[in-house]
Design a binder for this molecule. Structure first.
Ligand code: PMP
Length: 357
């Protein structure tokens, strides 16, 4: 008799639920923090030319030298700092955790935050210590410093701004945590394009700081490109965990080309920020709805019967994210990604009706 999955698959993997991506065909997609704007025709034409000439029969440049050079310039990576690329920042989180996964090692993060921090730690067999945010979703620096002293984490992840709350933590509180940490602190700046503040320029100040970015929220989610910047003394080791050729030929070519259009990307981010302000105001005026301030391209809001509202929205063709049930602090919370003005208007219209019924 051959063995069953329960005999073979690790207990902690069997206990996990898969990262759920709902079917969004035919729906206004405001669930995944994507940029709602397509690239203009002239940029698409440039990409088509590059794709036509690309050497798909060859493996990609394993070091992605040209793309890294462009990223250094556009992202203002301080001179002297090393850069590591991932197939999305998800892959970078995984590489980091694998690199520190000694027996007994602890990875720490705040909660609620990006669920992949905990999930990847669990998959790698590393204990994850989640430290609660305050009720208003700000950082509890006192508690963090105490838990750091207790758990001595090898690695701390802090999303800045945070997902799913949208909050941008106090920079002085962040600095306290970086200073108190015995190991690495990764400041995950996935939503940097909408925040206007960064720890990238602080890399020189802290030997244990690494800064992570992604192009996913800036219109290139489909390409999958994340980046980690920091001292080579750390990144040279993390790089050994990286699978060869993790950044494919098309991603290298297209990302490098699109990053030449900085004004375009900045314009799209500005449009999203303007819509965020409008959406926040409209949500604030709706009876029974409490939106939380956001420095990202989404807004978390609390409303009665969130599950029902979420399902009503979906039935009416608008997909957002239901966070009810994912963490006690997120009871009755939904998260909407900022879309185009037309998408946001549709969302608000349907939400208004769902709340009326
Ligand atoms: N970090 C944070 C805080 C996120 O919210 C996300 C995406 N939801 C990621 C990282 C992963 O992004 P990607 O893998 O697309 O780069």
């Amino acid at each position: 008799m051959s063995k069953q999955p329960e005999d073979i698959i690790r207990d902690e993997i069997r206990a996990l639920s898969a990262y759920h991506v709902p079917d969004s065909v035919g729906l206004v997609k405001l669930d995944a923090m994507e940029n709602p704007y397509a690239l203009p025709a002239e940029v698409r034409a440039e990409i088509a030319q590059l794709a036509a000439a690309a050497a798909f029969n060859r493996y990609p440049d394993p070091g992605a030298a040209q793309l890294k050079a462009r990223l250094r310039e556009v992202l203002e990576i301080p001179p002297g700092m090393a850069v590591l690329l991932g197939n999305g920042s998800d892959e970078i989180i995984q590489m980091l955790v694998m690199a520190v996964a000694k027996p007994g090692a602890v990875v720490m993060g705040v909660e609620p935050s990006f669920v992949m921090f905990r999930m990847i730690a669990t998959v790698c067999g590393v204990r994850f210590a989640g430290v609660p945010l305050k009720a208003d979703f700000t950082l509890d620096a006192e508690r963090l410093v105490a838990e750091i002293a207790e758990h001595q984490p090898a690695l701390i992840f802090i999303a800045y701004p945070n997902n799913p709350t949208g909050s941008l933590f106090d920079a002085a509180a962040m600095a306290r945590i970086i200073e108190a940490a015995p190991g690495l602190v990764v400041v995950d700046e996935a939503y940097h394009a909408f925040a206007g503040t960064t720890f990238m320029s602080r890399l020189q100040d802290y030997p244990n700081l690494l800064v992570m970015r992604t192009l996913s929220k800036s219109g290139l989610a489909g390409l999958r490109l994340g980046l980690l910047a920091g001292r080579d003394a750390w990144l040279a080791h993390v790089d050994k965990v990286r699978l060869p050729y993790n950044i494919n030929v098309l991603t290298q070519l297209v990302a490098e080309q699109v990053l030449r259009h900085q004004a375009l990307l900045a314009g799209q981010a500005a449009a999203i920020k303007a819509e965020r302000a409008r959406l926040f105001e409209e949500l604030r005026r709706m009876p029974g709805v409490r939106p939380f301030p956001s420095d990202a391209n989404f807004i978390l809001f609390k409303t009665g019967a969130a599950e029902q509202v979420f399902n009503d929205l979906k039935r009416q063709g608008v997909l957002i994210k239901n966070l009810h049930g994912s963490h006690p602090a997120l009871a009755d919370c939904l998260r909407v990604t900022v879309g185009t003005p037309a998408e946001n208007a549709k969302f608000l219209g349907v939400l208004g009706k769902a709340l009326d019924t």
